[in-house]
Design a binder for this molecule. Structure first.
Ligand code: NAD
Length: 291
């Protein structure tokens, strides 16, 4: 299949490489030359801009930082919707506002395009290993058309509902994750202040009612677990600033709907304080060190 891939960053590049490995023909575009060089070195064709990349594509996948990047890629005079043939299936995998995802997809539909939102969970390791979870919003026919490609990049493909539903699930998931990381860190620090060994504490709680994903698989206390960011100086993983972005999406979404998210708001403030102290690029589990 001829695929255009726009946004070959930390997530997009390994996802695109998995599609290349599956035998698809990929044309890619990114603003950063070094990413294009890595893509070309693995057999991808580099295009000079997004419209050229997408010209003959049957499917276009975008993996961009935030809502504004997705809006400017698809909308406006120079945007893809004004320049592409409507036969192209559009799949946006970026994490963006559910409202923006709905608006861009509605614009696409008005011009005859099929478009789905398909944000992911699983991080860069999941992108490399093709074990991502996709949370997909859109019409069933379009989701089923995309499914064989998504299966090459991920392990779990969920059709969450109509357009924007994938982004809604993603926003809810990451709000839980952000809050869970803060709560788990707080409890571990309390135990340590009482003289507990954090490993003993974690082992017992992992078999008790306080058990959760952070504690069992992503422990934020250095030395408790191997191969997690907390044991590597909080390098790699999922950055504080990305968590902050996702909590911002959750709070903004809740405000638009008069939904109450007091813990989401508090989590946003705490990660913001941590980021402003110079930790924005560290893994989000470094919030363990927030005093
Ligand atoms: P990234 O910053 O590494 O990659 C984004 C890429 O998009 C960059 O290479 C950038 O140059 C490119 N880009 C920006 N505007 C562009 C444009 N107009 N045309 C072409 N390329 C453009 O970010 P990432 O970590 O790959 O994250 C991408 C998305 O996935 C984000 O929405 C993020 O929230 C989400 N996400 C990230 C992770 C993670 O662990 N990194 C996990 C799940 C979801």
């Amino acid at each position: 299949m001829k695929i255009a891939f726009i946004g070959l960053g930390k997530m997009g590049l390994p996802m695109a490489l998995n599609l290349l490995k599956a035998g698809h023909q990929l044309t890619g575009y990114d603003l950063v030359k070094s990413q294009l060089d890595l893509f070309a070195a693995s057999g991808g064709t580099v295009a000079p801009d997004a419209n050229t990349a997408a010209k003959d594509a049957e499917v276009l996948i975008s993996m961009l930082p935030a809502s504004q990047h997705v809006q400017s890629l698809y909308l406006g005079e120079k945007g893809l919707l004004a320049n592409l043939k409507p036969k192209t299936l559009l799949i946006d995998c970026s994490t963006i506002s559910p409202k923006v995802a709905q608006a861009v997809a509605a614009n696409a539909k008005a011009k005859g395009f099929a478009m789905i939102d398909a944000p992911v969970s699983g991080g860069t390791a999941g992108a490399q290993a093709a074990t991502l979870t996709f949370m997909v919003g859109g019409d069933t026919n379009d989701v089923e058309r995309a499914r064989p490609l998504l299966e090459r990049m991920g392990q779990n493909i969920f059709h969450a509902g109509a357009s924007g539903a994938g982004q809604t699930v993603k926003v809810c998931n990451n709000m839980i994750l952000g809050i869970q990381m803060l709560g788990t860190s707080e409890a571990l620090r309390l135990g340590i202040a009482n003289g507990m060994d954090p490993k003993v504490l974690s082992d017992i709680i992992s078999k008790s009612s306080g058990r959760n994903w952070v504690l069992e698989l992503y422990n934020p206390c250095p030395g408790v677990m191997e191969n997690v960011p907390s044991s590597k100086g909080y390098a790699g993983g999922f950055g504080v600033d990305l968590m902050l972005k996702d909590l911002g999406l959750a709070v903004e979404n809740a405000e638009g709907l008069s939904a109450s998210v007091p813990l989401g708001k508090l989590a946003q403030q705490l990660y913001e304080t941590h980021s402003k102290a110079g930790n924005g690029q560290l893994d989000f589990s470094s919030v363990f060190n927030l005093k």
